[in-house]
Design a protein around this ligand. Sequence first.
Ligand code: PLP
Length: 404
Amino acid sequence: MSESEDHLFAVYSRSPVEVDHAEGSRLYDRSGREYLDFVQGVATNGLGHANPILIDALTAQAKKVWHVSNIYTIPQQHELASKLCEASFADQVFFTNSGAEAVEAALKLARKYHAFKGHPERIDIIGFKGAFHGRTYAAINAAGNEGYLDGFGPRLPGYVNVSLDDHDAIRAAAEAPTAAAIIVEPVQGEGGARALTDAELHLLRDLCDANGLLLIFDEIQCGMGRTGKLWAHEYSGVIPDVMCLAKALGGGFPIGACLATREAASGMTFGAHGSTFGGNPMAMAVGLAAFGELSKPEMLENVVKVSGYIKQQLEGLKQTYPDMIDEVRGKGLLIGIKLKPNNRDVMTLARDNGLLIAGGGDNCVRMLPALNLTEADAREALERLEKTFIAIREKAQAAAKQTA
Ligand code: PLP
């Protein structure tokens, strides 16, 4: 489609793959060409494409009722909220339509908590370099990525952005009398699949406890089983006060959730927040079905097994192609490959070789496959990645010959 014909905001650099249909880990374009999909709607289709359990849940609900808004009781909201609370530290849930809205709810909750406790001056949200929390004003200010803030006016007051390596700066921000909350992804996604160490997470919890701040974990990308545990923070034993979910929570259907302890949510009283579509019956029906599958022990075991296999194979590829792979990182099936050649070039050539992978900060590509990925599909994806590396080498050699 030429730009003049395109009636969409030009905010994406879209892949030319014209998606026709998809099933499991395979996606097909309109010409019938098959791809292994290791993007899966950016870590969203936790059960892969066209999962029959999700399709049944959605179609059954579509025949009953689509939407009524939150002025009525939606029984499935209570059901999904109680399942999420039973499986986590949380006591209460607010449902949204997206990840950014879940973050928005969490940040509003944090400020409202302090106002409710008689400290309206406590407004500072402390976020980290390399973070991504979505594209609302609050979310871009919390993550502090200059590229996403540029051109949107002055930075909002009450947002402090620090480096995870700068403990003095983190401490100073947390000890400020205006500090309200720390927001962090236990495994940074878009920033390049960087898993925080247990020590880093413990430090943040300790600073929150010592200074009366709320600790918010953004598990929108790394939660819902992606790391091999239902919640990524389970590895460290650090428990947050608030957690944001979205993506795989709906298995590909738009949904988000802000989970909190009763204490943290104490300021979220009648009228404090709301949403027309958040928690609608369709999203809840799919969310319940997705949760039932993703929380099964065998699903989490599969993530551990298949991700272990992929990481081991990638380490092997790193030995064979030291000119391609700099570092393999991430946790579970949130895999980052820090590359030596340009990550965008690798993504394009991988696509030409039938493998879809996502980009990431720090010149990474991310593999975000379905959590029920088979080892056979993983092997095939790695073969396509190796073919891609060979193609890049050949291109570089041909270019070197031409200049010689
Ligand atoms: N937080 C994290 C960690 C994410 O990865 C994303 C999306 O990629 C978001 C927040 C924003 O979610 P959404 O795009 O659904 O608003």
